[in-house]
Ligand binder design. Structure first.
Ligand SMILES: Cc1cc2nc3c(=O)[nH]c(=O)nc-3n(C[C@H](O)[C@H](O)[C@H](O)COP(=O)(O)O)c2cc1C
Length: 354
């Protein structure tokens, strides 16, 4: 399955994923709100990986403009990420389809209609999953690959660790698997391939790159923090999520947010994506559980933005994975990519010497 060849930066590594998606190295930048922006997406694509734009905080007009921006920065394949349960996500997916983007990555929802529409123009679709059930459903829906997110991951990783979840899902499906959660270097890449994955997605690592728009306070904190300095809790945004351990994160994860406070905060978040408030209110009565989750999600936006964009770790809360403890410097995307590929080669050679 693997085939390494020399190139100007180190090595290319071919897997089923690189072949199918037309990229050089089996490394993906996953969608991260405010972080996976056109500049970072294009930097990863130009360095031989697959960058995926996060459309969570974007309106339809902004999504279309972001796609044009990526196209102006790279001629390589790129992806558009949509979290289907979020307001405005379906509309953003439709923009991606209209624009015939090379790859669409959907999560938290049914993406059958995206698969059908993307296939019509030769686009590829990746589903993000954290359970066996959703992996099988996505394969049945015809997706081209799965992004499987284990417990170690920043934000909404699964209950099961990558070490067990990835081989478990690899055994169940026949399409390529991208392993996410805990991978940040060449050792991680080789480990993921050994588990049967065809690529890795690295969120925390690329969020801590020179090209990432994450505030320097956060990047410096990542370099300082250790693997155990995270919290995995349902109390922050209503779904189990991993955040950086700070006094504020400890405080907000002690108990669930008051629902009425959450409703007020989520109105503000809905405005961001041009969603009319009446839609949110009607939704509140029609599908209470779903909208309650959405409301908590929206309410968390303020704290995420404060940390990620404004670098305010006293009042904000930062998504981050356990791999922060393995990230010891802030480097350019090209440096990160080259080092991962070189280290992966060294690790592979050292294992085969035994
Ligand atoms: C700072 C940061 C912000 C993130 N924001 C989002 C997000 O908005 N939506 C989402 O689905 N995943 C988000 N993620 C999760 C990533 O998409 C990915 O699943 C995760 O980073 C993989 O684990 P890793 O951090 O160990 O590489 C975020 C990750 C990080 C590090």
């Amino acid at each position: 399955m693997l085939n390494n060849t020399s190139d100007q930066f180190g090595i290319f590594m071919k897997t089923r994923f690189t072949e199918l998606f037309g990229i050089e190295n089996p490394i993906v930048l996953p969608g991260m709100s405010w972080i996976s922006v056109p500049e970072l997406v294009a930097a990863v694509c130009n360095a031989g990986g697959l960058g995926i734009l996060a459309t969570g905080p974007l309106s339809q007009t902004q999504t279309r403009a972001a796609i044009a921006k990526i196209r102006s920065l790279t001629d390589k394949p790129f992806g558009i990420g949509v979290t289907l349960m979020m307001p405005g996500a379906k509309e953003n997916a439709k923009i991606a389809l209209e624009e015939q983007v090379p790859v669409i990555n959907f999560s938290l929802g049914k993406g059958d209609w995206i698969v059908q529409a993307a296939k019509e123009y030769g686009g590829k679709v990746i589903a993000t999953v954290v359970t066996e059930k959703h992996a099988l459903a996505a394969e049945r829906a015809g997706v081209d690959a799965l992004l499987v997110t284990g417990h170690e991951a920043a934000a909404h990783g699964g209950e099961v660790t990558s070490l067990c979840l990835v081989p478990n899902i690899v055994d169940l499906v026949s399409i390529p698997v991208i392993a996410a959660g805990g991978f940040s270097d060449g050792r991680g890449l080789v480990a993921a391939l050994a588990l049967g994955a065809d690529a890795v997605a690295m969120g925390s690592r690329f969020a801590t790159s020179n090209e990432s728009p994450v505030h320097n306070n956060v990047k410096n904190a990542v370099v300082e923090k250790r693997v155990a300095d995270t919290i995995y809790s349902k109390n922050f945004d209503g779904l189990y999520a991993r955040v950086m351990k700070t006094p504020m994160a400890q405080k907000v994860t002690q108990k669930p947010m008051n629902f009425f406070v959450a409703v007020l905060k989520s109105f503000k978040a809905a405005k961001l994506v041009d969603m009319p408030l009446w839609k949110l209110l009607i939704g509140l009565f029609a599908q209470f559980d779903k909208i309650k989750l959405l409301t908590l999600f929206g309410a968390a936006t303020e704290k995420l933005e404060a940390a990620t964009i404004h670098g305010d770790l006293e009042n904000g809360v930062q998504f981050i994975g356990q791999s922060q403890g393995l990230i010891r410097s802030v480097d350019s995307v090209q440096e990160i990519m080259t080092k991962i590929m070189e280290d992966a080669k060294k690790v592979t050679n050292s294992i085969s010497e035994y």
